[in-house]
Design a protein around this ligand. Structure first.
Ligand code: CUK
Ligand code: CUA
Length: 623
């Protein structure tokens, strides 16, 4: 229904709605200064028909397992990319390729998207994401906005903070949120401190073969690892991760994991770890190269930080990392340079689990404590190096100067922001211009839809000294983090090119065929406006007939090499649907266990004769 309905009603309704809200904002009847500035706000976010947004916003879909793509400044949602969860709209998780990618799981919890980087800037090629729900990592191709590879990460239970990539996408690091025994074997919680580990994985991306690989893992202490960031410029060989539950509590975490005054930031040098692996300084654990930091020392240090920190962000110049303690009112600015000196001079305050602890005073640059600000979580940056930190409890964004600690501005948001994302705000060269508060609660902001309300995203204009909210949109769960990239960096293709090496592909009607090998039936068919052809030589080329119990493969190629002409393929009552985008070949595999007559049809509105694009799937009963 994609084409027709939006044109006839959806788009029109949307357009009318946009016009009405625009008219409301700019109503000439209101002449007070508030409405005048509202008009400016509306104009700032209004992208007229025919024009396009300046930025793509790649937003985490949380426990929907998906990734949402928005345009900025319009805040219009453009696309849902299924990554870790099934999606019947695109057939993701139904066709063979994506079913295999999903590895037998049906859902995921996608927290942190990470765009690939070259020299510390987004290059617009790939997007990585991790799944806290079922411990996986994925890569999305930004030429097609589709998921290309997913790997399962062993010895890890919930790679939360990741992915964050190093300056040239050499690695993304995936620390675990929950400590588990190696191999995730059964082990009594009484042995937690001895047997459980908080494993971090170093994942590489093989761009040529579009494959994610685990290069090595590190068996860190059994703590929970939270947000993390890679160094930049002078700190580019380093990365930082926050920890909590260094108390190693095994029950009633909300009380016991917050007892100690300090937790740690793990500061590690990935070049050193890489060297250890090259020199064979690891143990083989279930096929993984595992570094045990208490045995192979060097490269990993702990920095004490206010208890239960959540976010840690590296400044664009790579000189500082800023930690935010969700239970503390302060942000702490640490200096990489000081940390390097402290390491050189061995300014240690003992060790934890064999990992040296650096002296807090040796690394800390300043503590920043904006008046009455509570629950700092995550920090983003603008083009002038200014920091913007979300305050979860006091529901605001605070703008401040990391070099002086001075608070510059604050804006209330609705409500309880988790992350915020500014334009290219975690690269070496942020754009400024916009920051979006990703709020956990909307409460009374939108029309009520029952007891559970949507989350919200609020667009804040950074073009003047004072921050100003100019747009507020409801969001599906759950905007954990997002990244905002300049639109012209993305080079999406319009059709899939012909692939001569793809044995499942059929590019002409005359080559269509149905091949039987015993109980296996392979259909090599095409979809085009406005018909299916499964066997051109057959009396009814759009009919597939099999015997009950046959194992059926339907290889379908969309031979409309035309912009936006996508076909769908569903078999009524067989619980199957997939999509073939222009030029694409997809395979559906299933056992025809139900005898009967089942209409098959195109699910994606493709032409004026879309409604005629159908046929029959006939299953002869067993005698
Ligand atoms: S976490 Cu900090 S608020 Cu998954 Cu990035 Cu959600
Ligand atoms: Cu509808 Cu093809």
């Amino acid at each position: 229904m994609k084409k027709w309905v939006p044109l006839a009603s959806g788009l029109l309704a949307g357009f009318v709605a946009a016009t009405i809200s625009f008219a409301d904002f700019s109503s000439p009847a209101k002449t007070d200064s508030a409405s005048a500035s509202n008009k400016t706000d509306a104009e700032k976010v209004y992208v007229p028909l025919g024009q396009k947004d300046d930025y793509y916003l790649m937003s985490s879909g949380g426990h929907s397992g998906q990734l949402f793509v928005y345009g900025v400044p319009s805040m219009r949602k453009i696309r849902t990319i299924p990554v870790f969860s099934q999606d019947s709209a695109t057939g993701y998780g139904f066709d063979e390729h994506s079913k295999k990618l999903m590895g037998g799981y049906t859902w995921g919890d996608l927290h942190h998207p990470a765009l690939s980087e070259t020299n510390g800037d987004y290059d617009g090629k790939w997007l990585f994401a991790t799944d806290v729900g079922n411990s996986r990592a994925a890569v999305v191709d930004l030429k097609t906005f589709t998921t290309k590879d997913i790997i399962k990460v062993p010895n890890t239970a919930g790679p939360h903070c990741a992915a964050f990539v190093t300056e040239n996408t050499e690695y993304m690091f995936l620390p675990t949120r929950f400590a588990v025994p190696l191999g995730q074997k059964y082990e009594s919680l009484d042995n937690y401190s001895q047997k459980y580990r908080g494993v971090m994985s170093a994942v590489t991306f093989d761009e040529k073969n579009v494959k994610l690989n685990i290069a090595y893992q590190v068996a860190l202490p059994p703590w929970s690892y939270d947000l993390s960031d890679a160094g930049k410029k002078s700190s580019k060989d380093w990365a930082v991760m926050t920890t909590y539950n260094t108390e190693e509590a095994t029950t009633t975490m909300e009380v016991k994991a917050s007892q100690a005054d300090r937790d740690y930031i793990v500061l590690f040098n990935w070049k050193e770890l890489e060297k250890m692996v090259k020199e064979g300084k690891y143990e083989n654990v279930g096929g993984q190269k595992m570094i045990f930091p208490e045995k192979q020392t060097g490269g990993i240090y702990l920095v004490p930080v206010a208890k239960s920190p959540h976010g840690v962000d590296v400044t664009p110049d790579g000189k500082y990392f800023i930690a935010s303690g969700k239970l503390a009112p302060a942000m702490t600015v640490f200096s990489f340079e000081k940390a390097f000196k402290a390491i050189e001079n061995k300014e240690f305050a003992g060790n934890r689990n064999g990992i040296p602890v650096l002296k807090y005073e040796s690394v800390m640059e300043r503590e920043v404590n904006p008046e009455n600000a509570l629950g700092p979580l995550h920090t983003q940056f603008d083009d002038k190096g200014m920091a913007y930190t979300t305050m979860f409890i006091s529901s605001e964004i605070v703008k401040w100067d990391p070099k002086t600690g001075k608070t510059l501005d604050r804006v209330p948001v609705q409500y309880s922001p988790g992350h915020a994302v500014s334009a290219e705000g975690d690269t070496v060269s942020p754009d400024g211009k916009w920051i979006i508060a990703l709020n956990k609660l909307a409460k009374d902001t939108y029309l009520s839809v029952g007891p559970s309300h949507p989350e919200s995203m609020q667009l804040i204009d950074l073009s003047s000294e004072k921050m100003k909210i100019v747009q507020s949109v409801p969001a599906d769960p759950e905007p954990h983090y997002a990244q905002m990239i300049k639109a012209d960096k993305i080079k999406a293709i319009e059709v899939y090119p012909k692939d001569k090496n793809n044995k499942d592909a059929t590019y002409s009607q005359n080559d269509t065929k149905i091949v039987r090998k015993g109980k296996e039936v392979h259909v090599y068919g095409i979809a085009m406006r406005s018909r299916f052809v499964f066997d051109a030589k057959s009396k009814r080329p759009d009919v597939i007939e099999v015997n009950q119990g046959d194992h059926v493969f339907i290889h379908l190629t969309n031979i409309d090499f035309d912009e936006d002409i996508t076909h769908g393929f569903a078999i009524n009552d067989y619980d199957l649907n997939m999509e073939v985008q222009p030029g694409q070949t997809n395979t559906m595999e299933f056992t025809a266990d139900k005898a009967g007559t089942f209409p098959l049809y195109c699910t994606n509105f493709c032409s004026a004769l879309h409604q005629e694009m159908n046929g029959y799937f006939l299953v002869k009963p067993k005698k």
